[in-house]
Design a protein around this ligand. Structure first.
Ligand SMILES: [Zn+2]
Length: 296
C-alpha cells in the first residue's frame, strides 16, 4: 500500500494522497489524513504494519474536509500533534466555518453539512507559517500555496514536494470543469511558487504521483485564464454574479444539479470578480437593489 519515495518519505495513494514521513525514534508524521474515520484507520494501519512506527504529528495542507477529516480519528488513537496553516487552522477547530463561508456567511442549509463540506473538528497544536520547520527530527520547508484555500501550504522534504491542491489533475478538471477557488489572485501567485520548487518527486493532493509539475501547472493556469476571459465576456453588459455563474456552467457544461456543487462555485465566481476588480477589469455597482458587474 505504501509507495516509497526515499528513505524517509512515502505515500499512501488514495482519493487524497497521504504523506508518511519517518522521524526519529519510530515517530511518524502524516501529511494530511483523508476524509473520514475510514481513511484515518487505513493510514494508521499502514504506519503500524508497514513502517512499524506510530503517528506523532499531522501536517495539514489546508482546511478542506477531504484533507483533514480524519485528523480527529488519528489524534484520538495516537495523541498526534496537529500542525496547520493560518487562517485555515480556524476551520480545523470550527469546521462549520467551511459550509458557512460557502453559504455567504449564513447558517448553512442542512444539505451543505455533508461529510465533504463539514468534517469532524480537529485540535490544532501548532500554527504553521511559510519557511523552515522541524518536526520530530525531520527538516521541512513550508511553502505558501494559498488560493485554493486562504492559507494552503505545501511541504518540501528530502526532495519530495507535497503540493496539496495547488494543481488538480486532468481527471478532476474534466469532471468538475471549474475548480473551486478562494482567491484567483493568490492562486496565480501559488502556481508561480510551485513552478519555482526544485524537487525529484511531486505528491499532489489528488491524482497520480509526478516527476514534473510543468504540464499540470500550465493546464491549471490556462483554465483559470480561460474562466477569467469568459467572466469578462459574460459581463459585457451589467450583470449579477449569479448570472455569470449560470453562463459559466452553461459554457463549460458543468453538471451542477445540487446545493453543494452550486454553493462551491458561487464563491469561485466572486474570487474571479474580486481578482478582475483589483486588476481594474470589472466595475462594481449596486443599482436598484442589484449587485452588478460590468467589464471595463
Ligand atoms: Zn482542497
Amino acid at each position: 500500500m505504501l509507495v516509497e519515495l526515499g528513505s524517509r518519505v512515502a505515500v499512501i495513494p488514495g482519493s487524497v494522497n497521504i504523506g508518511v514521513l519517518r522521524g526519529d525514534a519510530g515517530r511518524v508524521v502524516l501529511v494530511d489524513t483523508g476524509l473520514n474515520e475510514t481513511s484515518g484507520k487505513k493510514a494508521l494501519k499502514a504506519v503500524r504494519e508497514e513502517v512499524g512506527g506510530e503517528v506523532a504529528a499531522i501536517l495539514t495542507t489546508h482546511a478542506h474536509a477531504d484533507h483533514f477529516g480524519a485528523n480527529a480519528t488519528v489524534v484520538k488513537r495516537t495523541g498526534a500533534r496537529v500542525y496547520a496553516p493560518q487562517p485555515d487552522e480556524a476551520v480545523l477547530r470550527y469546521p462549520i466555518l467551511q459550509p458557512m463561508s460557502l453559504f455567504a456567511g449564513a447558517d448553512p442549509l442542512d444539505t451543505l453539512r455533508g461529510g465533504f463540506l463539514l468534517a469532524d473538528p480537529s485540535p490544532v497544536d501548532e500554527v504553521v507559517r511559510p519557511g523552515p520547520l522541524t518536526v520530530v527530527g525531520i527538516e521541512l520547508d513550508v511553502l505558501p500555496l494559498g488560493g485554493h484555500s486562504p492559507g494552503q501550504v505545501g511541504y518540501l522534504v528530502d526532495g519530495v514536494f507535497f503540493c496539496a491542491d495547488v494543481v488538480l489533475p486532468a481527471s478532476v478538471l474534466d469532471k468538475y470543469k471549474i475548480p473551486y477557488l478562494f482567491s484567483v489572485t493568490d492562486h496565480l501567485r501559488a502556481l508561480d511558487t510551485a513552478d519555482a520548487v526544485t524537487c525529484e518527486h511531486i505528491v499532489p493532493g489528488h491524482g497520480p504521483l509526478l516527476d514534473s509539475l510543468t504540464e499540470l501547472l500550465s493546464l491549471n493556469r490556462s483554465l483559470v485564464e480561460d474562466v477569467a476571459e469568459r467572466v469578462l465576456a459574460l459581463a459585457q453588459e451589467p450583470t449579477t454574479a449569479e448570472m455569470i455563474l449560470t453562463g459559466l456552467l452553461t459554457h463549460y457544461g458543468a453538471a451542477v444539479t445540487d446545493a453543494p456543487s452550486f454553493y462551491l462555485l458561487q464563491p469561485t465566481v466572486f474570487a474571479f470578480l474580486s481578482h478582475l476588480h483589483r486588476a481594474g477589469r470589472v466595475r462594481h455597482q449596486v443599482h436598484k437593489g442589484r449587485s452588478l458587474w460590468t467589464a471595463v
